[in-house]
Design a protein around this ligand. Sequence first.
Ligand SMILES: Cc1cc2nc3c(=O)[nH]c(=O)nc-3n(C[C@H](O)[C@H](O)[C@H](O)COP(=O)(O)O)c2cc1C
Length: 405
Amino acid sequence: MSDRLLAGKKVLLGVTGGIAAYKAADLASKLAQAGAQVDVIMTEAATRFVAPLTFSAVSGRAARVDMWSEPAGEAIPHVRLGTLADLAIVAPLSANTLAKLALGLADNLLSATLLACVAPLVLAPAMESHMWLNPLTQAHAEALRARGAVLVGPGSGHLASGASGVGRMAEPAEILAAARLLLAQGGPLAGRQVLVTAGGTQEPLDPVRYITNASSGKMGVALAEAARDLGGRAVLVHAPLSVALPYGVQSVPVGSAVEMRDAVLSRLAETDILIGAAAVADYRPAEVRAQKIKKEAGDLTLRLMRNPDILGEVAACRREAPRLRAVIGFAAETQDLRANAAAKLAAKQLDIIVANDVTEAGSGFGADDNRVTLLYREGGEESLPLMHKSEVARRVLEAALPLLA
Ligand SMILES: Cc1cc2nc3c(=O)[nH]c(=O)nc-3n(C[C@H](O)[C@H](O)[C@H](O)COP(=O)(O)O)c2cc1C
């Protein structure tokens, strides 16, 4: 699927000599699938592990190795490739090339190109633990970080030597996420904090049981990702999620509605856009037993009490949050969608409400897609067709941008 941040971007992918070079083929493929123009430069050592043909095939462009045998008409390729790139990635990054980059050496096509490159740089080191933990390697890594390079990993786990420890190359998906984060810098949400709530809150009954709902958290996660991709600082205040936490998003895990309310209100002063996408339980057990409830006691009657209304409380203290320009709520309804959503928009003094009918097939709780209608405080509404939640998320944030002016 073409990717808004990567489509059309010129990405330089450096591959050095390590076992993890085979994973770089997957990274090159993912970059190409996202619509990037991928130029692969391999070191001579890298070609001992994977053939250049593999990279040429997945990127659709000839992989390069040798500084001295460039195609006719392509004079000084290291300068051209380096200066034209929008982004450079080196994965895997060997201890040897890491040291060269830190020292400014330029003795092969990759190191010379990177020395001439002014694009943001993502580095994914991969090596044995002892090489990585060597103070020389650490000093080189620190020098590169200090110059603005983004180091992803290395992680811990099984290493090529059979040992276990730190030194594994970060997974291609994580490297890609770091690349996207760098490309997003300077987007329309640069310098803004977007706080998103997500997931279904858990309301405890006793130490091992709770009442919850069917929310997966997918919509909230998509909103946090969209905020990040528009250059914003995304904070996700979330109850347990059934999807992975996104890279580059600050996670604030909570359990109950009361915990979620406290986490949101304590961050309001720094927040520019607040999006309440969590399925917050309306009720919680009035009594939380200190010990596990025993079935021998027979039938049980639960008394429930109202939970705090988080967006209602936000409306009440909006004056104390001078940065807060947009408060966006969700209305998941099973009947009278528009009327219920419009009533909620007014009652909670929201700027935008995103209404969705959760009974509609392929939409709502747990689904990957959603069909929503945006209703605005200033009047007017916009019905969007069924679309992927990531696309819905982007449309919601774009609708909030004018409110920041
Ligand atoms: C089987 C094998 C695996 C290797 N794996 C790594 C590795 O994962 N990381 C690393 O830094 N060096 C590794 N090396 C050593 C590098 O290939 C060597 O330092 C080489 O000079 C790196 O050159 P380059 O930085 O130009 O790619 C390995 C060597 C061999 C023979």
